[in-house]
Design a protein around this ligand. Structure first.
Ligand SMILES: [Zn+2]
Length: 100
């Protein structure tokens, strides 16, 4: 059983760290457009850097290949999708490794 609050505290510490701020800045400077918006043919300004594979799922924290710039709307959509996926996984309705 994982302790969610403990994990959140650890995440917050990481997102406050100098190494993350530097990495985030680098990604946004290199790719200032939301990747999902561009996939839809729009030019939405990226407002945050998202972990493609969540840290909680073992995704690399600062590896550029696991990072993507996203706007708020697409980041929220991804979070909602991940929450739904986690719920489905827990209830056993879908198996792990489902491609989105
Ligand atoms: Zn977007």
């Amino acid at each position: 059983m994982r302790m969610q609050s403990e994990e959140n505290r650890r995440d917050k510490k990481f997102y406050d760290s100098a190494v993350w701020k530097k990495t985030r800045e680098y990604v946004l400077r290199k790719e200032p457009w939301c990747r999902e918006c561009r996939r839809e043919g729009k030019m939405g300004l990226a407002e945050m850097v998202d972990h493609i594979k969540r840290i909680a799922d073992g995704g690399a924290k600062t590896s550029l290949s696991n990072l993507q710039p996203l706007c708020h709307a697409h980041h929220n959509a991804k979070r909602a999708r991940e929450a739904m996926e986690a719920k489905a996984l827990n209830s056993g309705t879908i198996s792990n490794g489902t491609a989105w």
